[in-house]
Design a protein around this ligand. Structure first.
Ligand code: UDP
Ligand code: MG
Length: 329
């Protein structure tokens, strides 16, 4: 049962929120119901990722009424992965559970997570069996997960999202990785330890619209693909080799044709095809190299992944602090 706030709770539930006013109350109800069934003390770390609806206000109300709730406000919208990172950094539990706010990750699964954790697993991640989303989004996800599997050097389990439980030692290992562009499920797969998947049917979002716009989703996919190994770069090399081989074969044919049959002037169509093909291979390759360059650039700047908006000091307090400082010196 709840321990005093000074002692770290046994489990932390980290939830990123971006404009989730419609889901927050039901989420809190279902989550606390699920947590109450467990014999562990818990905290709920709610990270407001720069929402511009009533989410921050609701968060304050929840935090005032439930001692388990810890509210973290980011100074603007930093994106899902950064918000999850902020929550993980703030979490104090021996086990940290990450889930979405829209009830697509059912809180009722937490009991099973904890069971598997107590059995000695360090990471318990949920694997989506069926999705209740539109066919276009489903197809995009399927393509993304298969690409990720093919291209990353460290296997990231297919159809495993961010919904998971991590033991404290996994969390510490993840925190020790310095990169700023955080692809959380990739880092989680990278650290190792004992990992196990739990299959579940992913329901549709409870209320509101997806906070992942197509461009945000595309960016996440690119970051995920590029930040986990250099295989896409190697792909560029292969593409170059293949087109060089084709160019060589073509040259051979052109020379032979010029010497023997002299039919050279025809073939405008094939010429255009070759030009277009070479152009697109070059652009694609440049794009992939550019993606790596972008990541290196972002990491080189060394900016934090997120900024927490700490409460403002009120002027009266600021003056008294000032006096204290002056007295002390
Ligand atoms: N989210 C966030 N910042 C963003 C976008 C989303 O914190 O910029 C949160 C959102 O509130 C939700 C979770 O990330 O809790 C997953 O987002 P969403 O459900 O919209 O994504 P989808 O399930 O459609 O992929
Ligand atoms: Mg969702």
């Amino acid at each position: 049962m709840p321990r005093s706030p000074m002692i770290a709770p046994e489990i932390s539930v980290v939830i990123p929120l971006f404009n989730e006013q419609e889901n927050l109350v039901e989420l809190h109800e279902r989550l606390t119901a699920a947590l109450d069934q467990q014999d562990h003390s818990a905290e709920i770390v709610l990270v407001d990722d720069g929402s511009n609806d009533l989410t921050p206000r609701l968060l304050q109300v929840l935090a005032a009424n439930d001692r388990r709730v810890v509210a973290v406000h980011l100074s603007r919208n930093f994106g899902h992965q950064a918000a999850v990172t902020a929550g993980i950094d703030r979490a104090r539990g021996d086990a940290v559970i990450v889930m979405d706010a829209d009830l697509q990750d059912p809180p009722e699964l937490i009991g099973r997570f904890l069971e598997l954790w107590r059995e000695g697993n360090d990471v318990v991640y949920a694997v989506r069996q069926r999705r209740k989303e539109g066919p276009a989004k489903r197809a995009a996800y399927a393509l993304f997960y298969r690409l990720l599997e093919a291209l990353s050097e460290h296997p990231i389990p297919r159809d495993a999202g961010d919904f998971c439980l991590m033991d404290r030692r996994v969390v510490e290992a993840m925190k020790s990785m310095p990169e700023r562009v955080r692809f959380v499920r990739g880092l989680r797969a990278y650290v190792g330890f004992r990992q196990i998947g739990v299959a579940y049917d992913r329901p549709a979002r409870a209320a509101g619209i997806s906070k992942y716009t197509l461009s945000k989703l595309f960016r996440l996919a690119l970051d995920g693909l590029v930040s986990f190994g250099g295989r896409p770069l190697r792909l560029v090399t292969y593409l170059g080799l293949i087109s060089a081989a084709m160019a060589f074969g073509l040259t051979f044919w052109v020379v032979l044709d010029a010497v023997w049959s002299q039919t050279a002037p025809r073939g405008w169509a094939s010429l255009i095809i070759v030009i277009l093909f070479m152009g697109s291979v070059q652009l694609l390759s440049l794009g992939i190299v550019g993606e790596y360059l972008r990541l290196i650039f972002l990491e080189a700047k060394g900016r934090p992944s997120y900024i927490v908006k700490e409460p403002r000091l009120n002027p009266a307090r600021r003056i008294s602090v000032g006096i204290q400082v002056r007295k002390a010196s």
